[in-house]
Design a protein around this ligand. Structure first.
Ligand SMILES: [Zn+2]
Length: 241
């Protein structure tokens, strides 16, 4: 069986295949194309399209000896709200579950207004369970986590720096028009509501009290936000998108 890995998938292949485009697979047992692809190191979540002899196939298609399989990467903008052959059950909304290895990305996604689940201490199976139950896209830098079979929607974050990771995710899922800064709490994912200055006056530092007049408060943890350094940073980050 011949498998062609296209685009950035080549870089995900395990040694000694890394960087190769065309690999050969000796079919010794019954296996789905998905299992065969993953045996080379590529998590199924990274696959945007699978074909045999140019014909689209699903993950569960059985591999056969003479097949020539083409494996294509996710192609932006990835639409998770529409069923595809690879992922017949679409998500109801674009929401995320973020792994600890990209923790700062979680805050930035919330800053941009996206519903983002994040816990400091959570096992891989628990994170995947939350994602599956709540219909969230898992973002991680851990290929083993993304290979978990219960997981349908996930993405292997390539960038190292959180701001670049945000840009990467926004670009991949085509979210540029859906940014809603100052709508969600960076700390707890709660929704922010406008709040009168008088109501939060006693919680403000003297300089904040003096120079700022517009405030938002988290409906969950009650943290207060105002357009100071926080908003400046947010706008700077979103500007780079
Ligand atoms: Zn909060």
């Amino acid at each position: 069986m011949i498998i062609n890995f296209w685009g950035n998938l080549k870089g995900l292949l395990r040694p000694p295949f890394r960087g190769e485009k065309r690999v050969e697979y000796e079919l010794s047992r019954k296996a789905s194309v998905k299992d065969i692809v993953e045996s080379f190191g590529v998590p199924h979540t990274e696959v945007g399209r699978l074909t045999i002899a140019g014909r689209d196939i699903s993950f569960s298609s059985p591999g056969s000896h003479d097949d020539r399989v083409d494996v294509y990467p996710l192609c932006p903008p990835v639409d998770v709200l529409t069923p595809t052959l690879l992922r017949p059950e679409p998500l109801a909304a674009i929401t995320f579950a973020v792994d600890v290895n990209v923790g700062k990305l979680a805050s930035l996604l919330r800053m941009a207004g996206f519903d983002t689940f994040y816990r400091n201490y959570i096992s891989d199976p628990e994170l995947v369970m939350v994602a599956v139950q709540e219909g969230r896209i898992v973002l991680s830098r851990d290929t083993d986590l993304l290979k978990r079979k219960e997981l349908v929607y996930g993405y292997l974050v390539r960038e190292i720096y959180p701001e670049k990771q945000l840009a990467e995710v926004v670009h991949l899922f085509g979210l540029k028009d859906q940014l809603q800064p100052l709508s969600r709490c960076m700390r707890c994912n709660g929704l922010l509501q406008p709040v009168d200055k008088e109501q939060v006056l006693d919680q403000l530092e003297p300089l904040t009290r003096k120079y700022y007049h517009v405030f938002h408060q988290c409906s969950e943890c009650k943290h207060i936000y105002w357009p100071g350094s926080h908003l400046d940073r947010m706008l700077k980050v979103l500007d780079t998108l």
